[in-house]
Design a protein around this ligand. Structure first.
Ligand code: HEC
Length: 153
């Protein structure tokens, strides 16, 4: 596809009569085809995206208090009792995990699919099974609260 656009974008130079003959119909064809191709694309429904990413239902209200217990039971073994880190995993109360750098969706993805080692040297994080998206939502609220208390915005 990219090369077709490149061809179409090539402007015929002066005195290059041959190229003018076929680039004109070609650019016209591309111009007409683009809306057809786009119309054929099936944009995923927001509901489908939400489910694929394992995100909570719209209108869900997270509770940091519940998140604390869920965090202690599922994450603290590696990330530490107050998300301050252990020898098995990094602190999540750390500026690299602030919301701008690791969004809530990144947290959901980490729990659902695991994390390849890339920021630290603790090895990979395995997926954490058996947590509903809403439960992960509570956990994130707890981690965000701990981050704010530590001055990480
Ligand atoms: C078996 C150990 C282990 C457990 C259990 C664990 N993690 Fe992790 N987690 C890690 C390690 C190690 C990393 C760091 C990977 C790296 O960046 O090198 C990590 C990274 C992350 C990240 C950063 C993701 C990214 O995109 O860089 C998030 C968010 C996270 N964990 C959340 C959680 C939550 C929430 C739980 C509990 C539901 C949890 N983890 C349970 C080991 C663990």
């Amino acid at each position: 596809m990219g090369s077709v656009f490149l061809l179409a974008a090539r402007r015929p130079s002066v005195g290059d009569g041959k190229r003018i003959k076929w680039t004109r119909p070609l650019s016209l064809a591309v111009f007409l085809l683009v809306p057809v191709i786009l119309a054929g694309c099936d944009w995923p429904e927001p509901e489908q995206v939400r489910r694929n990413l394992h995100l909570p239902e719209p209108g869900f209200v997270a509770d940091a208090g519940r998140g604390k217990d869920l965090f202690q039971a599922n994450c603290a073994g590696c990330h530490g009792l107050s998300a301050r880190g252990t020898r098995q995993g990094p602190p999540l109360v750390h500026k690299i995990y602030r919301p701008k750098h690791h969004s809530d969706t990144a947290f959901h993805m980490a729990v659902k699919s695991g994390v390849r080692q890339h920021h630290w040297n603790f090895g990979h994080m395995p997926p954490v099974e058996g947590l509903a998206p809403e439960e992960v939502g509570h956990i994130i609220a707890y981690v965000r609260r701990e981050q704010r208390r530590a001055g990480i915005q």
